[in-house]
Design a protein around this ligand. Structure first.
Ligand SMILES: [Fe+2]
Length: 293
């Protein structure tokens, strides 16, 4: 491979992948090389700019750990997560719209003993916050209830923080759970209204947002990941109406079908039935799973 030039280097590079046995891997790598090279040529990338980007990636790696992933943040704030979600989720055609997993998901939580989970209750007492009774139902594309679906739910507290951002909890879970739906495909969360938060600003992702004078806020949201045998796993977020950042989410996660109204309920009967303080907000939401292909 001699006599390389900016014009022929891309072709030469893609040929080195000719023996890749996995055709999908070959496609991913060859196309990536082509776009990266075209990018460098189009912007006439300078060595110091290239070095800055390499250093930013190094810093992103150093600031990331099992509880924080700066690369997911870059993907979110550059809209790549939204593109992947929208391409891969039908959104309204027999399947709830996808929205991002975000950097605060925790895999492998112990399964709750019931489909009803009280997220307000902690060993230190009831969490402060606007009480919400969230009644979810999970249905298959055709409308049949999905019994035994695995539901992961997680959200922020009244300070807009996830449990993973509170070192004083020493790794204990708060405002997150994993449960299975009952025979009617239902689950119930006794929880609080989440608060919005800013993207983490102490890493290279935050440096980019500052340098570009962008909005740094995400509107408040509930996170869900729902999986069931024979169905595509749904990863989505639900956004309570009224948040001032619904139309400029720094991470591009909002879809109209994922915006919730949270009507106030002052029914003493319902409050007694669910052991909720009066008044509380009540949400009924139907999650639609698509059949796996
Ligand atoms: Fe989030």
């Amino acid at each position: 491979m001699r006599n390389l030039s900016p014009e022929n280097v891309t072709e030469a590079l893609t040929r080195v992948f000719d023996k890749t046995p996995d055709p999908r891997l070959k496609e991913l790598l060859c196309t990536l090389v082509r776009y990266l090279h075209n990018y460098a040529r189009e912007v006439q990338l300078r060595p110091e700019e290239w070095a800055f980007a390499m250093d930013a990636m190094l810093r992103a790696g150093k600031i990331s750990d099992t509880r924080r992933n700066e690369f997911i943040m870059f993907s979110d704030v550059l809209g790549l997560s939204a593109v992947v979600d929208m391409m891969n989720g039908a959104g309204g055609k027999g399947e709830t719209a996808f929205s991002q997993l975000g950097p605060f998901f925790e895999d492998g939580l112990p399964l709750a003993p019931s489909h009803i989970v009280d997220l307000r209750a902690t060993p230190d007492g009831v969490l402060p916050g606007d009480p919400v009774l969230f009644i979810g139902s999970v249905v298959s594309g055709g409308g049949e209830p999905v019994a035994g679906a695995y539901v992961d739910a997680w959200q922020t507290d009244v300070d807009g923080l996830y449990d993973l951002q509170r070192p004083e909890l020493k790794g204990a879970s708060r405002l997150r759970c994993r449960l299975r739906t009952n025979e009617d495909g239902q689950f119930v969360l006794k929880t609080i209204r989440p608060l919005g938060y800013t993207a983490p600003m102490d890493g290279p992702g935050g440096q980019m947002l500052t340098a570009t004078h962008r909005n740094i806020w995400r509107p408040a949201h509930f996170h869900f990941r729902i999986g069931a045998e024979g169905h595509r796993t749904l990863v989505t977020e639900l956004f309570p109406e009224g948040d001032e950042h619904l139309d400029n989410d720094v991470a591009f996660g909002v879809r109209s079908s994922l915006v919730l109204t949270l009507p106030e309920c002052d029914s003493q009967e319902l409050a007694r039935e669910w052991d909720m303080p009066v008044p509380f907000k009540k949400v009924d939401y139907r999650f639609e799973l698509a059949k796996a292909q």
